[in-house]
Design a binder for this molecule. Sequence first.
Ligand code: SF4
Length: 346
Amino acid sequence: MTTNTREHQFIEDMRQKLGKRLVILAHHYMSDAVARHADYTGDSLELSRRIPDLDAEYIVFCGVFFMAETAAILAKPGQKVFIPEMNSRCVMSDMAPAWLAERVLDTLAEGGLSVTPLTYVNSSAAVKALVGSRGGSVCTSANAKTMLTWALAKGPHTLFLPDFRLGFNAADWIGLPKEDRHIVDVREHGRAVNLDKARRAKLLLWPGQCVIHSRFKPETIRKARAESPGCLVVVHPECHPNTVALADACGSTSFIIKFVAEAPEGSVIYVGTEFNLVNRLADKYRGVKDVRPLLYSTCSNMEKVTEPNLAKLLADLDEAPTVQVDEALKDPAKLALTRMLEACAR
Ligand code: SF4
């Protein structure tokens, strides 16, 4: 149960005062204390789809930094994008710095490989711009299957970054044989890539991962099933493929929400994703369905966005620092995102 704090009242007063000039977006992994103030909650795909239609002067993104950057790329001129905590970084996105991704792509190109890069939305604006400038696009966990099919259709090789687990799971969903996949060696400033192995693979995977979802192991699912025979298990595709293989279902946060909503009354459902979302679902269905975390796993960066720092931001929006994206990155990054939005609109 989330209590009503002084900050809660202040934020609601500011929302009332600013009216349509302010829009607050919150990712599903936000705590209840933050999410309850949002005009829109959603996963990365749902929230990025909303940005082009927003007319608000102030867009406050409650999530991790790359999400606010994505909003800044898609926002209209003159709109100001904020994040309550600038230092809330996605550890996975930081595993693929743009300079290194560029060197790896250069090494592959020098080796004669034609590669379409496809980056998970959990990546910096600089990586999105790089991908956009090399004919590639972006995907989210909700559309990874569609976008991987799109990228593979464009040419002989796709480089999927930064999450090799999502890449592997998406490859499983489209039936790409295991021998067509290769995890690239990104050491030695991108010069350690094994070109022979890369040449033989259709799908090249960057060796990044989400530490929060890595905690869900196959044995975690076995333990849950032993404790509650007949239970349902749903996990996020940032989990290891061996974990996914033992679950009843796997999908984005929106998929998970739908899965829980559609599960029969009385069922026990273990959910393998960030704890704040699981906790919210457990509260929502209490007494109807038993929603349990597969494991207590929180994203410490998502948790850096709090009700107090949201209140502090709203207290002085005109003086607060905005999320800035280098002008030179905006067009190619937008191109990469637009390719995704168009491919998924079909
Ligand atoms: S849960 Fe994982 S992928 Fe999501 S923001 Fe946190 S570190 Fe990044």
